[in-house]
Design a protein around this ligand. Structure first.
Ligand SMILES: *Cc1c(COP(=O)(O)O)cnc(C)c1O
Ligand code: SF4
Length: 336
């Protein structure tokens, strides 16, 4: 199949955008006029974790540039086959803290609900390459054990909808789920961890904004943007729509070698974010997941870059540099 980029993809519904996404490296390389050498390096990585790239995201990549920072996040590479015993398949220990199907209770006061194993893009550096998502529930009935667990623990004040990507679930189901959460009196906050509005901005449609506006809980949307080039006019509009629902919008990024690992890149990402009303929340040290060794940046350089960001930016624009360590009571702040 040839990918046609002539029409304006953002006028499609988000479901159509998912259907029209690129699903293999050949289409990806053809669409960006990349040569056979780039394509042939994709084979092994692609066999481990398939390619998935919406056209809306593809349009923000440069033609003919194999080092484009958006492309590098989604293009399979020969380095994915590198074996390193420090990089395994459950680096953050999530399989230990599942209390009901799809429900992770790891930190005090908040639980994470894995609503869907599906994502709006496949990021090569992600632990999702290996997590056994087939067990995550999909219909509202299948979330009942998780809802019951939350209901029975009054120390829980916040529910984080996560995944995969929770916004791959249709709004009818999300709206029903949030109504049930609203009915649990000890819940005061709803958080959504999503990358879908970044890659397919039209996901932020009237249905989504409708249930987000209706909840009585305070709402926090945490996006995942790694590079300023991801922020185009469509995403800026989607962020405005989210903020108009009363949600506070935050961002988490992952520090990625060759993609955003210079002070200049991080600075321009943080500036762009705050200019569209998004607070940089976390800058994550890469989880040591098998197949992602080539994305790792050492902590010393990370620390030096974040220290320099603090010299260049207002305090609210500097993210916390954190790592996720299995068995710890929170994300761990990286310090000297
Ligand atoms: C990251 C994470 C959270 C949220 O942590 P915050 O520091 O509040 O952002 C909650 N639960 C799990 C299992 C997590 O991995
Ligand atoms: S969970 Fe997030 S980072 Fe991982 S593949 Fe999905 S969208 Fe990308």
């Amino acid at each position: 199949m040839r990918v046609v980029l002539t029409d304006e993809p953002s006028t499609q519904s988000w479901q159509n955008a998912m259907k029209r996404s690129i699903r293999n490296s050949q289409e990806l390389c053809e669409a960006l006029s990349l040569n056979a050498e780039v394509l042939s390096a994709c084979v092994d990585g692609e066999a481990q974790f398939p390619v998935f790239v919406p056209l809306e995201f593809l349009r923000r990549m440069r033609q003919g540039d194999p080092n484009d920072p958006l492309l590098l996040q989604v293009l399979p590479r020969a380095e994915e086959s590198v074996v390193d015993s420090a990089f395994d398949s459950d680096p953050v220990g999530d399989s230990q803290v599942e209390k009901a199907p799809g429900l992770l209770h790891k930190y005090v006061g908040r639980v994470l609900l894995i609503l869907s194993g599906v994502c709006g893009v496949h990021c090569r550096y992600c632990f999702r390459r290996h997590y056994p998502y087939s067990t995550a529930p999909k219909s509202v009935e299948r979330w009942l054990p998780a809802l019951e667990y939350i209901q029975n623990d009054p120390s829980i004040h916040e529910v984080i909808l996560s995944g995969g990507d929770p916004l791959t679930i249709v709004d009818e189901h999300l709206s029903e789920l949030v109504e049930r959460l609203d009915a649990i009196p000890h819940l005061t906050r709803l958080r959504i961890h999503t990358r879908l509005p970044v890659v397919i901005p039209q996901r932020v449609d009237e249905h989504l904004c409708g249930w987000l506006e209706r909840t009585r809980m305070s709402k926090w949307v945490v996006l995942h943007i790694n590079h300023s080039q991801e922020i185009d006019v469509h995403l800026v509009d989607a962020i405005s729509r989210l903020r108009r629902t009363g949600a506070t919008v935050l961002n988490q990024a992952v520090l990625l070698r060759g993609i955003n690992d210079t002070v200049e890149h991080l600075e321009s990402l943080c500036e762009r974010l705050v200019d569209c009303g998004v607070l940089p929340y976390y800058l994550h040290q890469l989880d040591r997941v098998a197949g992602a060794t080539h994305f790792e940046v050492d902590r010393e350089s990370g620390l030096a870059m974040v220290a320099e960001l603090a010299n260049r930016l207002p305090g609210y624009a500097v993210p916390k540099y954190v790592a996720e360590i299995a068995g710890q009571a929170s994300k761990t702040s990286i310090q000297k």
